[in-house]
Unconditional design. Structure first.
Length: 136
């Protein structure tokens, strides 16, 4: 399992980072491969829920490419849409409520919050649980 290398404890336990990495690490794209872009993803602010809820799909796509996460026009746009959908969830439910749920270990609450988001399915949830070290 990939672990966060050379980061502060605060960054190492960032549920938003784990969730975004999980979303980006599907469709035959490994978590390890996504981690190659982690510094760029951090620099571009893609792990900040407040930014995700304020950026549109186009802005997110530009930032993914700038971060070094470029899977071609179609796939990068698809993942920008998925992150935009996550941003809409954050805005509708409140960032603090969402943070509390994804920071916890209640799999039922996590799934009830995240599975309705278009682009978050069982593979994303499995990745997220692995990164958060949550057993099912």
């Amino acid at each position: 399992m990939p672990r966060k290398e050379h980061v502060t404890k605060e960054l190492a336990d960032n549920p938003w980072e784990d969730l975004v990495i999980s979303i980006l690490s599907v469709n035959r794209y490994s978590i390890e491969r996504t981690y190659r872009s982690i510094d760029g993803l951090r620099k571009e602010g893609l792990f900040d829920p407040r930014r995700l809820m304020n950026w549109d799909e186009s802005e997110i796509g530009e930032r993914l490419r700038s971060a070094g996460y470029d899977r071609g026009p179609f796939m990068t746009s698809l993942f920008a849409l998925r992150l935009s959908n996550l941003g809409a969830l954050i805005e509708s439910k409140d960032v603090d409520i969402c943070t509390n749920v994804i920071s916890g270990r209640d799999t039922r609450a996590i799934e009830e919050l995240l599975l309705p988001v278009n682009g978050i399915g069982p593979s994303v949830i499995a990745n997220f649980y692995m990164l958060r070290e949550i057993g099912r």
